[in-house]
Design a protein around this ligand. Structure first.
Ligand code: ZN
Length: 142
């Protein structure tokens, strides 16, 4: 019981990497999530909950960079095909070869921020639309 007499439930979250567990006493999961952030835990698309120890390791790991690159590539392909633009046309517009676009779309080639901005301009979409959810921040729950 807290000072306002509410019954507090305990949620257990466990780290997706090291399986460490953390009790989160709270009535609402949303508030529990905020508390988790205060203790250094965070929820990720790739691994679920991560503890304060594992979170920085995962965020900076090469594996995660590959995932992000693949997600950006898939989004570029999604917007491009939705607009009926050919790889060769996009390549010409941004000054690259068609194979570079193909490699970017499958996550095999690194994309600079400048190139991302040029591709977004060529596709006439906000650059943020090409970023993975995990890089855009979670929207507030209703
Ligand atoms: Zn951990």
């Amino acid at each position: 019981m807290n000072s306002r007499g509410l019954i507090w439930q305990t949620y257990m979250i466990s780290c997706g990497k090291c399986s460490r567990e953390e009790p989160l006493p709270d009535r609402l999961f949303r508030e529990a999530a905020k508390r988790a952030e205060a203790t250094g835990w965070a929820y990720t698309d790739s691994d679920g909950w991560l503890c304060a120890h594992c979170l920085p390791l995962v965020l900076s790991s090469p594996l995660n960079t590959e995932t992000i690159r693949a997600e950006i590539g898939a989004r570029i392909r999604g917007v491009r095909t939705a607009k009926g633009i050919k790889q060769a046309s996009l390549a010409r517009y941004v000054g690259l070869g068609r194979s570079s676009i193909a490699n970017m779309e499958t996550g095999r080639q690194t994309i600079s921020f400048e190139m991302l901005a040029r591709i977004a301009r060529a596709l006439q979409c906000p650059a943020a639309d090409l970023l993975p959810e995990s890089m855009r921040g979670a929207p507030d729950e209703p």
